[in-house]
Design a protein around this ligand. Structure first.
Ligand SMILES: [Zn+2]
Ligand SMILES: [Zn+2]
Length: 223
């Protein structure tokens, strides 16, 4: 019998459309079907908290004179949600925001690797991802692009390419992705075009490679 895992809660800001939420939900359903697990999904709009934290962090980030306006540090953002009790260890959090997401090493050094989405872990129990459709808007295959990035971040949420090897490049920590052709395909740094990267993932024609499937299966087994 398949494992029963914690419920997934998809939370989004009021500025995210129903269609965008559906792309992420559809990715989640495909993944869980692939692994044959029972699950529960709740979807809720958290206008009260998500929009407020988004705006607050965005304001601070813009104040740093960044190359891209409208950016947000996803660790800081998800940490804000954890402190407010929105993200808890009782569920997997999937948060969809309408700001660029980034990872900053410190106030000066921004790593723009994660502008589409990011993964967050607190202790060994609280896991959440953030996904942003901002950079994918206006493309003909926008929905497919959002879904593809959903597969990538959900893969991380379920332990694929979790970066524990601690590889560094040019003095910066990078997530060690599988390097195979699947939705976890990732360059070490952001490519000139996120569309190029996403289309490369789509061309692979599969959600996860054997390595990623094994990592996810191992993880699900112990839940
Ligand atoms: Zn990744
Ligand atoms: Zn893989």
């Amino acid at each position: 019998m398949p494992d029963l895992i914690k419920p997934f809660e998809i939370m989004h800001s009021a500025r995210i459309s129903r269609e965008e939420v559906d792309c992420v939900r559809s990715a989640l359903e495909d993944v869980l079907e692939l692994f044959g697990v029972y699950y529960q999904t709740n979807i809720c709009e958290r206008r009260d908290l998500i929009d407020t934290i988004e705006d607050e962090i965005s304001k601070n980030m813009t104040g740093l004179g960044l190359e891209y306006g409208n950016q947000m540090d996803y660790f800081e953002f998800l940490e804000g949600l954890r402190k407010k009790g929105v993200l808890t260890e009782k569920k997997y959090g999937i948060v969809i925001v309408d700001k660029d997401l980034c990872w900053k090493d410190n106030k000066e050094n921004l790593d723009p690797l994660f502008i589409i989405g990011g993964y967050y872990e607190y202790g060994n129990y609280l896991r959440a991802i953030a996904i942003s459709p901002v950079r994918l808007k206006g493309y003909a295959d926008e929905k497919e692009l959002i879904k593809t990035n959903g597969f990538h971040e959900i893969g991380h949420l379920l332990n694929a390419a979790d970066g524990r090897t601690g590889k560094t490049l040019e003095g910066r920590k990078v997530i060690d992705h599988c390097g195979n052709e699947d939705m976890m395909t990732q360059y070490d740094f952001i490519p000139d075009s996120v569309i190029e990267l996403t289309e490369k993932r789509l061309e692979s024609g599969k959600i996860y490679c054997d390595t990623c499937i094994r990592e996810i299966k191992d993880y699900l087994k112990c839940k």
